[in-house]
Design a protein around this ligand. Structure first.
Ligand code: UD1
Length: 417
């Protein structure tokens, strides 16, 4: 199993280019199921989750090619197995994003129930409730959800809670439905307007993506298009947090600062200098870091996917930071590992109280999920001596070439078997 070996204590310095967003690329790849014509997607990050999604789509009969500019061309002209098997869904919960497009275009989808995952229960009841409102019948069969509808019908759907992939699934279902669908209490994460832009380029009629009410007038058919995936705001935030935590000066390029307001505000609160331009963000040190309180919530509030990185940052800051996780019930697994490096953190329920310490000391730690892994890498960059981060396959799910990018910024980091 591969690990990362990090010699800590070096401030990151320099410039790093941000990749395409994983959480935008995954639903957009599924949008390829909505038409028989080619969909070309550019700026797709090279990640394990993307490979998993492509192999899932390939198993269904999607033809997939990569053009000379590394754009991915999908063509769903001959989908013979509208199914997401357990083996896929258990490794990547976002596999559930095929549900909406499959039932909308082919009238049938068979998708394994995701089951528990490392960071919490994560049910899919809202996805199913929305499809049922659009006239789909849902049955359960040996751990699989089977959705059927001769043609989905437009409906008014009010989500009980804000769900990102739930909103995306229902948008993709509604674009081919008969009539108008409104999704109320929709997620507003920036990946939603990115998906809407791709669907609109394919001929869909969508209004309000990025607000909490999305209105979709269904059409008979969608056509081919090409789309550039937005930059990854979580990768961006992770590099900025790493730069701040190590006391470095880093400029991230190819980013979208407007998607990171809550994160940039928190970074400023730690005391670092933050500057932004059209497509770049720079952080620079400005005295000792101050611990900050963080409360995760749906966009535009502070993202749960940046919580673990800020716990790492707080662990060496001045003072005490209280971190409330309100989205997932089991998302503090990085805390035990950070404590092995000498961090002083107590968790009670969904709150972590992080008391800043003068320094961390390297040790072997184990990554438990994607963003927890990122926080361990940040901690390793700060810690004195060597930190070994084990089980980095989690990291490869969501960070493109992370050790190369960090090395270019001066980090002493290498991948070892
Ligand atoms: C997406 C992101 C993930 C991010 C999360 C929250 C992708 C591929 N993944 O995950 O990186 O951490 O948003 O920003 O985009 N819930 C229900 N019923 C449902 C659906 C969700 O109770 O039918 C609950 C979940 O258990 C969770 C909360 O709603 O507590 C939010 O989950 P959701 O927004 O659906 O997360 P994902 O879309 O899976």
């Amino acid at each position: 199993m591969e690990k990362l070996a990090i010699e800590g204590g070096v401030a990151l310095n320099g410039e790093v280019a941000i990749s395409g967003a994983k959480n935008a690329a995954l639903p957009i790849l599924c949008a390829g199921l909505l038409t028989a014509e080619p969909l070309t997607i550019r700026n797709v990050p090279h990640l394990r989750d993307v490979t998993t999604m492509l192999s899932l789509l390939g198993q269904m009969g999607m033809s997939i090619s990569i053009d000379e500019k590394l754009g991915i061309e999908l063509r769903a002209a001959d989908i013979h197995t509208p199914e997401a098997p357990y083996e896929m869904v258990k490794t990547m919960r976002a596999s559930v994003l095929v549900l909406g497009p499959l039932v909308a275009r082919f009238g049938e989808a068979r998708v394994s129930l995701p089951g528990g995952c490392a960071i919490g229960l994560r049910p899919v009841d809202q996805h199913l409730k929305g499809l049922q409102a659009m006239g789909a019948t849902i049955t359960m069969d040996h751990g699989y959800m089977i959705a059927r509808a001769s043609r989905l019908k437009g409906a008014r759907i009010c989500m009980d809670l804000v769900t990102v992939t739930g909103t995306e699934n229902l948008m993709m279902a509604a674009v081919l439905a008969d009539g108008v669908t409104t999704i109320e209490n929709a997620a507003r994460e920036p990946e939603i307007p990115d998906l809407a832009a791709c669907l609109t380029a394919m001929g869909a009629q969508i209004k309000g993506a990025g607000t909490d009410v999305i209105t979709i007038a269904g059409v008979e058919k969608l056509h081919g298009a090409s789309h550039n995936v937005m930059p990854d705001r979580i990768e961006t935030g992770t590099f900025l947090a790493a730069a701040a935590a190590t006391g470095g000066s880093v400029r991230v390029t190819g980013a979208r600062p407007g998607t990171l307001d809550a994160v940039l505000d928190k970074l400023r609160e730690t005391g670092v200098k933050v500057e932004t331009g059209d497509d770049w963000i720079a952080v620079a040190p400005n005295g000792r870091l101050r611990a900050v309180n963080v409360r995760t919530a749906p966009y535009p509030a502070f993202p749960t996917d940046m919580q673990a990185q800020f716990v790492a940052l707080n662990s060496v800051a001045d003072g005490t930071g209280v971190v409330h996780e309100t989205i997932f019930e089991n998302r503090f697994m990085h805390v035990q590992e950070l404590c092995r490096l000498g961090a002083d953190i107590e968790v009670e329920g969904n709150t972590a109280v992080v008391k800043g310490v003068a320094h961390l000391d390297g040790a072997t730690v184990m990554a438990t999920d994607l963003r927890a892994s990122a926080s361990l890498v940040i901690a390793g960059l700060i810690a004195r001596g060597t930190t070994i981060v084990d089980r980095i396959y989690h990291l490869d799910r969501g960070y493109e070439a992370i050790e190369e990018k960090l090395s270019k910024l001066g980090a002493r980091i290498r991948r070892v078997s």
